[in-house]
Write a protein that binds this ligand. Structure first.
Ligand code: ATP
Ligand code: MG
Length: 871
């Protein structure tokens, strides 16, 4: 069976058991503060397990793209070294939301593996939870009993809490689980060592392929377990491991999922896969990582310097580094794998297929810039010195952190020099950094406290800015020493941050006590709308009046609708390749990131502004359609965004059927005329192939125009109202530069004259040519230039003292020719002595020294006194 067939067989098997096939959620997670990337199939259903969203289908099947490179599940360092952990992998899952439970889940997994996929029964082992006395949890005898109907009891192993009790996180849904393991060893090996002893023992040929989780509890903050109102099934089977078992391979990388990529790499590197362990690891790392990078970018996470973007950048760098070191790829290569990868997933995950050129371009730019860093890092290492043959932990950490060198690379380079790396020192530096970032983001979230059992939140904010409501529940959250409360309401007009639009602010007034609290922000966590406040009402029960800050919301709406017009205008002016890559819509400004490979010219920007403003003047009515079936919306030709998770029913926002049609959950103006006016502030690059436009609308655009108007009027006043302002300024500039040149020229002439005059004034004192004069020059530089010009003219026996007065500040300069210096005279000493006459001090070198002072009347005396040094 090919991998495509294996995936299909899974989906169809569960479809035949009444499951709805649903698409994978994007790999980049939004609206969940605890998670950056999808790391399990269950992430997208979290709110269903928590009872925070209505259940649409009680049986669901899918394949979810997952990434395990950060947080609780982080397999990155194993990847490539072993043969069955990946960064990005597909998790096949079947789900029951309050429907079937252990019996069916166990029976169907057995049927699928042994009947459909025809895996040898005597290669399979299963595990069940043995119980935990500390938690007061019993053994999962139920699961044991159901397994016994299918499999010999010697193949049912008991496992502890670590392997057989699944928890989503510190708190939240959890329950016992039952894993299925496959023994892929040869018959001979299996005869020698009993497979049951190798389960969960990190044996590369005895691997876990499927985990069936039975969600029964909710873990609270104090650690206690509460039974869930409904029981659920959550299963996850590693697709790449399954394919490897079914294709009879000993490594995931030998399957038709990875071999095409590996062969391309091997060919380009002019090596054979399977001949050299180091090179094989490098090829596996490359073939694996390009998947993670490509899908993350396709889902909207560009490599960057912080958070999720940095995780992606690090994965990319790890791949480039292996390619560079072990396969001698000194030029970008990874990006060329994007296209074949996209083809491999055509019809499975089309996000990548549709954006392959864009993704390739981004990867290429990242490769280029990292290769430069890598070379610098290697040079940095080459110039490192150690007497004890030990690379310090701090230096290893610097290479790791600044140049993206994984520690094994530093270790390898050290060994080539006969050195070692101070590993504990490195670990220490690494932990310190982790500690720092943990402390910066540490949030202490309390349990929800229920106030009223009135079901779910209804959002009414598309139609109303105020409503009566009740508090359903609240919790206390502290971060960085600040305490905040999060409130959930039965009805809310507050729009929660999402789709680029910022969250609403406003007030909550208690009906009877009239107590008012400020809502400072609104956000979504999974499906839940959460209102943030710095305070909590003293009476939580009763009716409240919730009111959104109106003016702010109107400004936000103007910017949001203008963003849609901008998007459509860009497609019109620049071309259909323009795709939204991110947006921010606040009350101040709108920011729109989009794919485009060149700078947008001023001319194009003006055309975009014109198109948008024309649509504003047309005063188009908002055509808002709620609950449109997703497929109908796509047929209408709406613009859907990559990396967004859409439900079966979507909201469509239209301004002119033939102009702008978008899937959007945000709030909008009723008529485009409400936007008033649209003005672009800036255009620039944010990443390879991604441009950003910042613009303003309405009141703020008016303010900017007013300010510019004022400025122009000021200029006109200053220039006495010329007919043509710009010609007047150009004229001024030209005149200014002409004058500057003239001044410079006359200064030079003056200095030449002065020099001539002074040279002629030299008098002979005991064979020394003495010049002592007061000069009229504007500053110390001019005096210095003059002094050196004289020194050039008289290079023997010269004793020069210049006195000057810069606006009441006396200044003395002494210059001696070299022969006088050799005879023991010192300009520094002389100038210090003379400076006494002007109540000042100074110094310098033996041949040139200067002094400043406070009393200009002493200059003449000083000049006279100078003679005494040669007299
Ligand atoms: P393991 O102990 O092998 O790391 P796990 O206990 O972390 O697995 P689960 O969290 O139960 O795995 O995930 C369910 C299934 O997903 C596993 O049975 C396995 O088949 C697959 N899986 C988990 N991690 C990876 C990974 N990094 N690469 C590929 N498949 C994986
Ligand atoms: Mg794991």
């Amino acid at each position: 069976m090919t991998s495509r067939e294996i995936r299909q067989a899974f989906l169809f098997f569960f479809k035949s058991k009444g499951h709805e096939i649903v698409p994978s959620a994007p790999i980049v997670v939004k609206n969940d503060p605890t998670l950056m990337f999808a790391n399990a199939g269950m992430n997208q259903f979290k709110e269903l397990f928590l009872g925070e969203a209505p259940i649409k289908y009680s049986r669901v099947v899918d394949t979810q793209r997952c990434l395990r490179v950060s947080g609780k599940h982080n397999d990155l360092e194993e990847v490539g070294i072993d043969t069955y952990h990946h960064t990005m992998f597909e998790m096949l899952g079947n789900w029951s939301f309050g429907d079937y439970f252990k019996k069916e889940a166990i029976a169907w997994s057995w049927e699928l593996l042994t009947n459909v996929y025809k895996i040898d029964k005597d290669r399979l082992y299963v595990t069940v939870f043995e119980g935990d006395s500390e938690e007061g949890l019993p053994e999962d005898t139920e699961a044991y009993g159901y397994w016994k109907e299918h499999i010999d009891s010697t193949r049912i192993l008991k496992g502890n809490k670590k392997d057989n009790f699944w928890e989503m996180g510190e708190t939240g849904p959890c329950g016992p689980c039952s894993e299925i393991h496959v023994d892929c060893r040869s018959d001979e090996e299996r005869r020698m060592i009993d497979g049951s002893t190798l389960v969960n023992a990190d044996h590369p040929q005895v691997i876990e392929i499927w985990n069936n989780v039975f969600m029964q509890f909710n873990r609270l903050k104090d650690g206690s377990l509460q039974p869930l109102p409904a029981k659920h099934v959550d299963t996850g089977m590693g697709f790449e491991r399954l394919v490897r078992v079914l294709q009879g391979k000993t490594s995931n990388y030998d399957t038709d999922i990875f071999q095409p990529l590996i062969q391309l790499i091997a060919k380009a590197a002019k090596v054979q896969y399977g001949e050299n362990e180091q090179q094989d690891i490098a090829m596996r790392v490359m073939a694996d990582h390009i998947r993670a990078i490509s899908f993350a970018i396709a889902d909207g996470q560009l490599p960057s310097n912080n958070k999720a973007g940095y995780v992606i950048r690090r994965i990319l760098r790890r791949a480039v580094r292996y390619a560079y070191t072990f396969l001698n790829f000194k030029e970008p290569f990874l990006n060329t794998l994007v296209i074949p990868l996209a083809q491999q997933f055509e019809g499975v995950f089309d996000e990548l297929y549709k954006q392959q050129d864009f993704v390739q371009k981004v990867v290429l730019e990242e490769e280029l810039s990292f290769l430069r860093t890598l070379v610098t890092g290697i040079q940095r290492f080459e110039s490192y010195h150690t007497d004890q043959g030990l690379v310090s932990g701090d230096f290893a950490f610097e290479l790791y952190d600044t140049y993206g060198f994984p520690i094994d690379l530093t270790d390898l380079m050290a060994r080539e020099k006969g050195w070692k790396v101070d590993m504990p020192g490195f670990e220490n530096a690494l932990n310190k950094q982790k500690e720092r970032s943990r402390a910066a983001t540490a949030i202490d979230t309390g349990d929800w406290v229920t106030v009223s059992e009135d079901g779910e939140t209804h959002f009414v904010g598309y139609d109303n800015l105020a409503t009566e409501t009740k508090i359903l529940k609240y919790r206390k959250v502290s971060a960085k020493g600040k305490i905040q409360y999060q409130l959930v309401l039965s009805q809310t007009p507050f729009y929660a941050e999402g789709g680029g639009q910022v969250g609403d602010t406003g007030i909550l007034i208690h009906e009877t006590s009239k107590e008012t609290i400020q809502i400072v922000d609104t956000k979504k966590e999974n499906g839940l709308i959460i209102h943030f406040s710095d305070e909590i009402p003293s009476h939580l029960e009763g009716v409240f009046f919730a009111k959104v800050a109106e003016d702010r919301r109107r400004d936000i709406q103007s910017n949001h609708s203008a963003t849609h017009l901008l998007h459509a205008a860009l497609k019109q002016v620049l071309g259909e390749h323009v795709n939204q890559k991110g947006s921010l819509v606040s009350e101040e400004v709108l920011r729109f990131d989009f794919s485009h490979f060149a700078k947008v010219s001023d001319e194009e920007l003006r055309r975009v502004e014109q198109v948008v403003n024309a649509k504003i003047r047309e005063n188009l009515a908002l055509d808002e359609r709620r609950n449109v079936p997703y497929n109908d919306a796509i047929d209408m030709g709406v613009t859907a965004l990559f990396g967004e998770k859409y439900g079966d029913f979507v909201r469509v926002i239209i301004f002119d059927e033939n102009f702008s049609k978008e899937l959007c959950g945000g709030t909008h103006v009723q008529y485009t005329g409400n936007i008033g006016f649209f003005k672009i502030l800036s255009e620039g690059a944010v990443a390879a192939g991604v441009r950003r436009i910042e613009a303003i609308t309405g009141r703020r655009a008016e303010e900017i125009i007013d300010r510019q108007d004022e400025l122009i009027n000021e200029l006109k006043n200053l220039l006495k109202h010329p007919k043509d302002l710009s010609a007047a300024i150009t004229g001024l500039l030209q005149e200014n530069s002409k004058l500057k040149k003239e001044v410079e020229k006359s200064l030079v002439e003056k200095a030449q004259q002065l020099r001539q005059v002074l040279v002629e004034k030299a008098i002979d004192i005991n064979g020394v040519r003495f010049i002592g004069e007061q000069v009229e020059l504007p500053n110390a530089d001019a005096v210095k230039n003059l002094a050196f010009a004289i020194k050039k003219a008289i290079d023997n026996g010269l004793f020069l003292v210049l006195a000057a007065d810069f606006d009441g500040k006396p200044n003395l300069t002494v210059v001696l020719s070299d022969d006088l210096v050799s005879r023991g005279l010192d300009a520094g000493k002389i100038v210090r002595e003379l400076a006494k006459e002007i109540k000042g001090g100074g110094g310098g070198q033996p041949f040139y020294a200067t002094a400043g002072g406070k009393d200009s009347s002493g200059l003449t005396v000083a000049l006279e006194k100078a003679k005494s040094f040669v007299g």
